[in-house]
Design a protein around this ligand. Structure first.
Ligand code: ADE
Length: 251
């Protein structure tokens, strides 16, 4: 979200911008507190809403080189609507699997199957989920990640629809057992990263209950979320030394 981008950019040193039409990618150096050399090189973009915009931003990011370095991992953060009543605003969902709930190529493919992958669900990368869950839970328990609630992992459904109807979210939950949350970009980013063979991680914060009050709750939530979203991103950045980085194969 633009709300997150602003705070993130303020924390990057020596930023440079690349423009692809209306998409702006800002690359910069992130210094761990007190260090005098960059700890991480980061490229940031606000994707915009929906699967097409998310896939486009992911693709451009994956093609970005900064200081002659290519992307090691794509991290996508943003908000989501809860699909069950145990999840409340500020709770965090890290998807273990994603499905595109509006994908329907029947009768050529079964419902939800993504033709390019010939599978319904995209499985996330376990070692990154474990690393991120631990980092965030630890940070919350030490009161360093104020406002955020509990951390859950599970299925997220992505589609080009803002879900704001109780009957709709109930239907999706029935059809997709184990569904935790809905949003509009995750499975698109995951598909691009998966097909490009680049590690990826998605972290979502619950903004609403995807019910008839969703629009109002979403708008109210975003006003506060922009003040704290950087804390969540920084929590992960600060743990970079323990992250499960992979040796790069040649591209
Ligand atoms: N992102 C945040 N809340 C959402 C909702 N209710 N539906 C789809 N995407 C969302």
């Amino acid at each position: 979200m633009p709300e997150e981008i602003g705070a993130t950019l303020e924390n990057l040193q020596n930023p440079i911008e690349t423009h692809w039409g209306d998409l702006r990618i800002t690359s910069g150096e992130w210094y761990e507190h007190g260090e005098n050399y960059p700890s991480l090189y980061i490229s940031v973009a606000w994707s915009g809403w929906g699967k097409v915009s998310a896939a486009r931003a992911a693709t451009r990011l994956l093609g970005t080189y900064f200081k002659e370095k290519s992307i090691d991992i794509i991290l996508f953060t943003g908000v989501a609507g809860a699909a069950n009543s145990t999840l409340k605003q500020w709770d965090i969902v890290i998807p273990t699997e994603l499905v595109q709930h509006d994908m329907d190529a029947r009768p050529l493919f079964p419902r939800y199957v993504i033709p390019a992958l010939n599978q319904e669900r995209i499985s996330a990368i376990n070692k990154w989920i474990e690393w991120a869950s631990y980092a965030i839970k630890d940070s919350i328990s030490k009161k360093k990640c104020k406002h955020f609630g509990k951390v859950e992992t599970g299925l997220i459904a992505t589609g080009d629809r803002f879900v704001a109807e109780k009957s709709l979210i109930d239907n999706l939950s029935r059809e997709l057992p184990g569904l935790c949350a809905v949003e509009m970009e995750g499975a698109a980013v995951a598909q691009v990263a998966y097909q490009e063979r680049v590690p990826w991680l998605i972290v979502r914060v619950i903004s609403d209950g995807a019910d008839n009050c969703a629009a109002q709750n979403f708008n109210d939530f975003l006003r506060d979320y922009e003040k704290y979203s950087w804390n969540l991103i920084e929590t992960l950045l600060k743990r970079y030394k323990t992250a499960p980085w992979e040796e790069k194969t040649t591209k």
